[in-house]
Design a protein around this ligand. Structure first.
Ligand code: NAD
Length: 495
């Protein structure tokens, strides 16, 4: 795909089996060097979105009747093409997003891993089940829902799009995908690679911001919305879906707690490296990383000392295309300003904001949206930096008294996406049982703690429904029970 050079890369929409060229394109700049354009993406109109939905709707009837073997073969061909282009795709992702190369490669790996899981398990998960016993016979079918609108955010544009594409298409649905304008290039390339393997109209991609998003969530022909993004956007989407009772899967914001129990070994350097690296993976712009750290008061001082030591050793801020870089720029100006505002507020409140890590080249701070990773010490439990999802390179570290206190603090949020508990394994598992979250990771966090074979999602205002695992695959089907009871009359009705 020729994305290894630094020339701007132009992408187009894909509608009804064809590349859909636009007159108008918007630049996507490189957040590490804001004077460099990573590429151009098409500014599609609401009319284009309708065209894509019509194409998906027209393709649905024949696509739903195809054999599973055919669907799986097509999906595997698409996956193979992504693998063949993996390094070019990672380089383009790093340039448009700002995430370091290793991180971009990691995102591609996760995307491929789940698409393969979905392809390998589709036959089993979606197969018709026939059960018969003394009460009668039952045929349980998994029917595709129809046209799916998929809307994804900028922070993990590939993984959060492909995790929707693979199960939706394998289940017999058709789809229109709209990625975020903040990372639109690589996800478009990936979608084209997959879409080319499927009949016209089965997979379409259009670009745009809220106007196109609103069409995708309110059009009568759309039967399901698979959305990942902020909680406020999720609320708008749920309202739009209510008009025609569309099925929704909502993966929303998180303010994930990490609990370090009294038996967490602060001298375990490998564990401390995991803590630090996971905190600042993708510059802290991941839904499933620690956004509030609660440390038992008996180990707090030592923890902070060792954390700073590890952070200064492992966090290298700089050019995301360099292999040694572990923290790149923030993806966009709004996010940078939001995180800076939280830090300014913290300093105003008298909390300590401590800079971490090494910068290879100070010049980078002039060129792009860079900021130092920081920790905030001494914050109040209800302060802004604790209560709001930072989604950037900062995290507060707070104290707790005992397990019950840690659990109370962890659950004191309207959000409940993921969480992590660190300490002696059985003790950590027991504390995990009491946390209000869709996922809890023990002695690890972030992408390292994701197991794509198990469901992922949030409780409370972090969302509805699940992605990944069998449960995630079943979000793309309606069950249809065909019941043939032995006793066909109600027993209490007089004969
Ligand atoms: P966002 O909600 O601003 O945007 C997400 C997508 O929705 C974009 O494609 C955007 O163009 C589109 N959109 C905006 N308004 C819309 C509307 N009214 N109708 C339909 N679509 C609309 O989120 P973001 O800033 O791109 O991503 C960051 C947020 O996503 C964070 O809160 C983060 O926690 C969350 N997130 C959640 C998960 C998860 O799995 N739960 C994963 C990643 C990110």
């Amino acid at each position: 795909m020729g994305a290894t050079n630094n020339e701007p890369h132009t992408v187009e929409a894909y509608i009804n089996g064809e590349v859909y060229k636009s007159e108008e394109h918007e630049p996507r700049m490189n957040p590490a060097k804001t004077d460099e354009t990573a590429g151009y993406w098409p500014l599609n109109s609401v009319e284009d979105a309708k065209r894509a939905i019509d194409a998906a709707d027209a393709a649905f009837d024949s696509w739903r009747k195809t054999e599973m073997k055919d669907r799986v073969e097509r999906m595997k061909k698409g996956i193979q093409k992504i693998k063949d282009n993996q390094h070019d795709l990672a380089a383009l992702l790093s340039r448009e997003h700002g995430k370091p190369l290793y991180d971009a490669e990691g995102e591609l790996t996760v995307s491929i891993m789940f698409m393969e899981y979905a392809a390998d398990n589709a036959e089993r998960v979606y197969k018709e089940e026939i059960n018969e016993d003394e009460r009668g016979k039952n045929v349980l079918r998994h029917e595709p829902i129809g046209v799916v609108s998929a809307i994804s955010p900028w922070n993990y544009p590939l993984a959060l799009s492909t995790e929707k594409i693979a199960p939706a298409l394998l289940a017999g649905n058709t789809m229109v995908l709209k990625p975020s304008p903040m990372a639109p290039l690589t996800v478009t390339e990936v979608t084209h690679l997959i879409a080319e393997e499927f009949p016209a109209g089965v997979l379409n991609i259009v670009h745009g911001d809220a106007d196109v998003g609103i069409e995708l969530t309110s059009n009568d022909k759309v039967r399901k919305i698979a959305f990942t993004g902020g909680t406020n956007t999720g609320k708008h989407i749920m309202k739009a879906a209510a008009e025609t009772i569309k099925n929704v899967t909502l993966e929303l914001g998180g303010n994930d707690p990490a609990i370090f129990l009294d038996d967490f070994d602060v001298n375990d350097e490998a564990a401390m490296r995991r803590v630090v690296i996971s905190n600042f993976l993708t510059g802290g712009q991941i839904c499933m990383i620690a956004k509030r750290m609660y440390v038992h008061e008996s180990i707090y001082d030592q923890f902070v000392e060792k954390y700073i030591e590890a952070a200064n050793k492992w966090l290298r801020i700089g050019d995301p295309t360099k292999e040694e870089t572990t923290v790149g720029p923030v993806n966009n100006k709004n996010q940078l300003e939001f995180v800076q505002d939280l830090l300014d507020d913290s300093e105003k409140q008298g909390y300590e904001v401590k800079q971490l890590g090494k910068v290879d080249d100070e010049e980078f701070f002039e060129k792009g949206y860079f900021m130092y990773p920081t920790i905030v010490l001494g914050a109040d439990y209800d302060s802004r930096v604790v209560a709001e999802e930072q989604f950037g390179p900062t995290v507060p570290i707070l104290k707790f008294k005992d397990d019950a206190h840690a659990i109370e603090l962890a659950n004191d949020s309207e959000l409940g996406l993921t969480s992590s508990v660190w300490g002696e394994e059985e003790h950590a598992i027991e504390v995990s049982r009491h946390i209000e979250a869709g996922v809890t990771m023990v002695n690890t966090a972030a992408i390292q703690g994701l197991d794509i074979r198990y469901p992922f999602g949030g409780v409370k205002q972090s969302g509805i429904g699940r992605e990944y695992g069998e449960e995630g695959m079943l979000e793309y089907v309606d069950s249809h029970a065909i019941n043939i009871p032995k006793t066909k009359d109600l027993p209490h009705i007089p004969q």
